[in-house]
Design a protein around this ligand. Sequence first.
Ligand SMILES: Cc1ncc(COP(=O)(O)O)c(C=O)c1O
Length: 385
Amino acid sequence: MRRVWNMSAGPAALPTEVVLEIQREFPDWRGIGAGIMEVSHRGKAFSGVIEAARADLRELLDIPESYAVLFLQGGASLQFAQVPMNLAEGKSADYLITGAWSQKAYGEAARLGKARVARADEPTPFSGTGKSGLARVARADEPFTRLPGIDALQLDPEAAYLHLCGNETIHGVEIDETYIARLADRAASVPLVSDMSSHILSRPMDVRRYGLLYAGAQKNIGIAGLTIVIVRADLLERAAPGIPAILDYRAQAANDSMLNTPPTFAIYVAGLVFKWLKRQGGLDGVEKTNRAKADRLYAAIDESDGFYTNHVDPACRSRMNVPFNLPTPELEGEFVRASEAAGFMGLKGHKSVGGIRASLYNAVPEEGVEALIAFMTDFRQEHAN
Ligand SMILES: Cc1ncc(COP(=O)(O)O)c(C=O)c1O
């Protein structure tokens, strides 16, 4: 078996321990004579799997009883639409734009109803539907290197909710707990909604500060096909009349996320990852490792005499996704080719911004980051003039 240092942005590396557990249990899950993906979602075996996954997630994130935990499908992108369908109640919603993903979420909300950009500068105009079919907003050249000052934000006190993206996977901008706490204070009774797709479970997070949070599973939770939504029970009452039952959080909550067949295999994998996280010392444990990994990599970038550069304000540099540049696009291409030959995967930056991106999710071990830094040092020595 060969396992490379997988630094893909998502779908991303799973802990090798979990991959081997899946392999072991694949044909015969705990003696039932069938794989877990081959049995009814309503049977005893799978009911145990989903209940354990939900309980372990509640424990890891310290989710209060007053929040529902939903296991849905459609990816985080469906949440861009499902959130306004369920929470907007015909009112306007505020969007904090800090990178490409919050921009996309805003675009979808603007398509469905009223949405405002809660920025300190001029509002970002909605500019129709992009190539991907998802709505987009203008100013795609926005550099997204810092968070707007909280005091200067223009917030609507009557907004249905205030949406943010806790970690911008493409631009490498992460919002820390201090900023969230100050934002929640300023938002007052307006509930915060966060897209946590790329940093959920990477550190302790105070769920109580949010009305709703959601995350696609294919980065820190498990594999593609599952989307987790954690929503405060009182918000379940807001669903727009006439939305399809499958998109109605309240109907999903009332049916324990089994309104139809849930993504059983993805839920099983998430359950194994949650158990693995508990063995790492829970979120306090992984935060320590994640902080060490990111600090080491940013230090290597900052100490490279300008050969490697990351332009994000150190106050909001992502610990999960580290985008960086080399002096020329040609060198960046050479870097990606050489890294693949040296046993790395997934270092090419997102096509919209180019450059390099190292994603350091929970499953990427410290040794992988050390190996990357050693590779970067060698590459620089060879190519710097
Ligand atoms: C922060 C964030 N939000 C949303 C998405 C879209 O997720 P999905 O492909 O599950 O719809 C991504 C995908 O990378 C992401 O990183």
